[in-house]
Design a protein around this ligand. Sequence first.
Ligand code: HEM
Length: 481
Amino acid sequence: MALLSLLLALGLCLLLWRMRQLLQLGSSLPGPWALPGLGNAQMIGKLKPEYIFLVFTELRERFGATYRLWVGPQLWVFLHSPEETRQALHDPTLRKAATFQQLSPLIGNGLLISHGADWAAQRRLLTPAFQPQLLRSFAPKVATHADRLLERLQRTGGAAIEVTDHLFACLLDAIVDTSMGHRLDTQLVEHSPIVAAFHRSGELLFKRMINPLLSSDFVFRRTRLWRELCVQLQLIHELMERVIEQRERQLVEPQDGPRILLDAMLLAGLSRRQIRDEVNTFVFAGVDTTTAAMGFVLYALAKQPSAQERLHAELSQLPPGGAADLDALNKLCYLDAVLKEVLRMYTIVPSTGRQTTKATTIGGRRYCAGVTLWINMYGLAHDARYFPEPYEFRPERWLQAPTESEATASAYSYIPYSGGPHVCIGRRYSLLLMKLLTVRVVQRFRLELAEPLAPLVLQAQMVLRSRDGIHIRFLPRIESK
Ligand code: HEM
């Protein structure tokens, strides 16, 4: 017994010695009182997603712009200023936060979580698949999927519906079709098992990410959540492997010019497993985000009829066939301003994390290895110093050319797609999808909120969501084309 106590005491001393730099840094930063060993893990584990914003804003008010939390032995530091954000996003010694590695059962070592030489090689290989020239050629295919969405909305006969599932199915079909050359056609069935599998696996992975008690693989793999996740993942992995195999059989002659994502990977000789990981990364990173963004576009337009009518008037200037012509859509200033304002006001990815791998300096403060830095994109986009009346939806703020000082100030306060080398690879792609969908919906329907006075309760999950969904009435416009 005495020997055991001695060993335990020695083990604890060794741990504290190893953590001394983290402990020193942690105690030099302001933050809430932390339980020995557990830190603030209990508080974070219990936090409901709709309270995350409130709690983090309150902590910021109490402790100042840069504060810390302890999550067990992990030190989390929250950065808030645009300059700290810029430095963190460009620091080559930082890697994605360890929490994101928990996505690996779905996306393996895909671009979203890979690091160093692996990440650089993947990014080089995949970047040509997002060239404007190739994206432009996607427009007719996306328009076909958007038209299916319109048919589904038309069939509602003006009754209020929750739009998220409709948008998700449309965007999943469009992204899989344009990046993998495969038609999933989930919009043609009422309840698609693959849509459900993506939804549910996202939810289960997120439940794990926000519960520090599940961070160890050993613990997580003994839970009911893990068993359910395996069932959903099997469905996704089997489908993706079938799609990859089919395309491999069809891909005989290498074509000239940029290739769709899947072809680029097949021709580069990536293994089936690597391809599956990347494909799942694109569906995971692309569909949920663009669905959330489109949901908020429709919400904002329904909530603000004056903006909706101004956009509708702008669309009437489109030449015939212009609704599927990306060059014509790119000339629509008000459409552009609406999308920019939605991405600011409803910051789809509210925050992102980085991990220090060695000592580095950010915002004048020295960080040792092993610190998790959180970048608060939502907070920056709602800072009244950069965006006056930040909680007002005002597309007009994007219509005037910014002064030089405004442009410098907003460079790292408005980063809906992040910044630096890890800036979203799909940003142009998502804007293309959003423009094509928004234009078609607004040309065909007048949008009304089902309950105009009901407050929108935002939840910070993997992406920003409305806690109670987005309920809209799609009323056919008389003059619809
Ligand atoms: C409105 C839609 C979207 C938003 C708001 C968004 C936002 C973001 C953000 C904030 C990041 C950076 C995360 C970080 O720095 O840690 C990111 C990365 C990424 N996004 Fe997007 N995204 C969107 C659409 C898409 C689409 C359509 C795709 C692909 C089809 C995509 C694929 C990716 C990938 C692969 C990464 C990782 C890039 C890297 O680390 O090199 N995203 N996205």
